[in-house]
Design a protein around this ligand. Structure first.
Ligand SMILES: *[C@@H]1O[C@H](CO)[C@@H](O)[C@H](O)[C@H]1NC(C)=O
Ligand SMILES: *[C@@H]1O[C@H](CO)[C@@H](O)[C@H](O)[C@H]1NC(C)=O
Ligand SMILES: *[C@@H]1O[C@H](CO)[C@@H](O)[C@H](O)[C@H]1NC(C)=O
Ligand SMILES: *[C@@H]1O[C@H](CO)[C@@H](O)[C@H](O)[C@H]1NC(C)=O
Ligand SMILES: *[C@@H]1O[C@H](CO)[C@@H](O)[C@H](O)[C@H]1NC(C)=O
Ligand SMILES: *[C@@H]1O[C@H](CO)[C@@H](O)[C@H](O)[C@H]1NC(C)=O
Ligand SMILES: *[C@@H]1O[C@H](CO)[C@@H](O)[C@H](O)[C@H]1NC(C)=O
Ligand SMILES: *[C@@H]1O[C@H](CO)[C@@H](O)[C@H](O)[C@H]1NC(C)=O
Length: 384
């Protein structure tokens, strides 16, 4: 005998996240098989729980369509697939090291738990997992996922790899082990929305999101003010004098005639959280002092270009040899602004396009795109 509490089947709807009540099969002491409803399909959440004789795994393996599932407390469940954490389900998910799900549904959903819940079982998650959604919790941080090294987002469609929303006490992720996003740059979408007003990302977290050029729906986050990192790399605030020996610099970095002679202090800097402006310098010839700079990223979205090279006297070579990713966030508009310098920075279209390709970001040179520059004279293919 079934207990079917709600049955809402939007057969003609192809919108998986359209709100719907869902479908529940629960607390049936004698139910052992679901083979009679093999053909039933719903995009709504299926909750199947506390049916002590039911072998849900057999049903799952029999080729049912990909559905959003919340399965626990049956004779056989589906292990670490589509893990749905709430106070009732928590005891069933103590041993997962890897969580998976079909492409369009979340691998891990966490809701209604708070800091009094024992989430220590999730510390075992250490390899790649799919999309994560955390909402409606009373958690202050998600550091029970601190051993996570790789997040894997669906590649066939842009989905929120991570959707952290409506957690009124949440101020941090606490994901400092995170190193890698899969499958590729530009293919993951993040949404951080309606959490605690002080919610912040650490330099490590922002660095990883920027390196993989994630897209985002909303990014309601500040940068955490921490000056230490678990990897021991030094973090400094850009202030009244150029700080020395800092791999990570927080601030709107401006190099100009007053401090161009101290630029050697930036030789170990790999990351800037803010923006970089080189302007009005008198003696600077090249940007060799930024030879280790890899990334510029900010959470102050919507301001000026993150990389500006303006009105310098002798500067001619603007190569940033280690910078291989675009400043974050990438808006698709002109991001690198090179304007009003006394020397010719790009002699022809090829030089400009080469620079643009290395930094994976469009250049605006003296008000125009690279295409407006003259084609190089002499032999050689024009690269576009
Ligand atoms: C199943 O039993 C649990 C525990 O008694 C109860 O909280 C839940 O509401 C029941 N579910 C349904 C759909 O009857
Ligand atoms: C479960 O099966 C037992 C034994 O066949 C029967 O006595 C009992 O009434 C059944 N329970 C329900 C809820 O059908
Ligand atoms: C987790 O693993 C322990 C030790 O192997 C085992 O005793 C326990 O039943 C497992 N818990 C779950 C929910 O699988
Ligand atoms: C991401 O999440 C937000 C908020 O839940 C939602 O509105 C948006 O459609 C999602 N975007 C994608 C690409 O899934
Ligand atoms: C996360 O929150 C817990 C309290 O629930 C706290 O003990 C811990 O220090 C916090 N971790 C981080 C990284 O903020
Ligand atoms: C560099 O000089 C400019 C102009 O005087 C000033 O605004 C900026 O704060 C200085 N920065 C550092 C770190 O010296
Ligand atoms: C850069 O790092 C090297 C090696 O740690 C160190 O010897 C050097 O003093 C650093 N230079 C600056 C300018 O911080
Ligand atoms: C420009 O500077 C980079 C490093 O700062 C250097 O490797 C390169 O040779 C320079 N190019 C020219 C044409 O001088």
């Amino acid at each position: 005998m079934f207990f079917l509490s709600f049955l809402v089947i939007p057969v003609f709807s192809l919108l998986p996240y359209e709100p719907c009540e869902g479908f529940t099969i629960a607390n049936n002491s004698n139910l052992s098989s679901l083979k009679d409803i093999q053909e039933l399909f719903s995009y709504c959440l299926w909750s199947v729980y506390n049916n002590p004789k039911l072998d849900f795994e057999a049903f799952y393996n029999s080729g049912i369509a990909n559905m959003d599932l919340n399965i626990y407390g049956n004779s056989k469940d589906i292990g670490c697939r589509q893990v749905r954490i709430s106070p009732e389900t928590l005891p069933y998910y103590q041993n997962c090291t890897r969580v998976t799900a079909p492409e369009w549904t979340n691998a891990l959903v966490i809701t209604r738990v708070d800091d009094s819940s024992d989430l220590s079982g999730l510390l075992k998650l250490d390899t790649e997992i799919g999309n994560i959604e955390v909402f409606g919790t009373g958690l202050q941080n998600l550091s029970f996922l601190r051993n996570l090294k790789t997040l894997k987002c669906v590649s066939y469609e842009l989905q929120n790899i991570t959707n952290i929303h409506n957690n009124p006490k949440l101020t941090r992720l606490g994901w400092d082990s995170l190193k890698d996003l899969k499958p590729n740059v530009h293919e993951c979408t993040l949404n951080i929305q309606n959490n605690h007003p002080d919610f912040c990302l650490t330099t490590n977290e922002l660095q990883v999101f920027a390196e993989f050029s994630i897209k985002y729906e909303r990014l309601q986050a500040k940068l955490c003010p921490d000056l230490t990192r678990p990897d021991g790399e030094k973090v400094c605030n850009w202030g009244s004098s150029i700080p020395s020996d800092c791999q990570h610099l927080i601030g709107e970095v401006i190099i100009d005639e007053d401090n161009e002679s101290d630029t050697w202090k930036l030789s170990n800097t790999t990351n800037i959280y803010g923006s970089l402006t080189i302007q009005n310098t008198r003696e600077l010839l090249d940007l060799g002092f930024l030879g280790n700079l890899r990334q510029i990223a900010t959470l102050n979205i919507g301001g000026h270009s993150l990389l500006r090279i303006l009105s310098n006297k002798k500067l001619q070579n603007v190569t940033l040899p280690k910078m291989k990713t675009s400043p974050f966030p990438y808006s698709g508009e002109f991001i690198i602004q090179v304007d009003g310098n006394s020397m010719e920075i790009f002699e022809n279209r090829r030089q400009c396009l080469f620079y643009q390709r290395q930094l994976k970001t469009p250049v605006k040179y003296n008000g125009f795109s690279c295409d407006k520059l003259p084609i190089a004279e002499g032999p050689g293919r024009e690269e576009n």
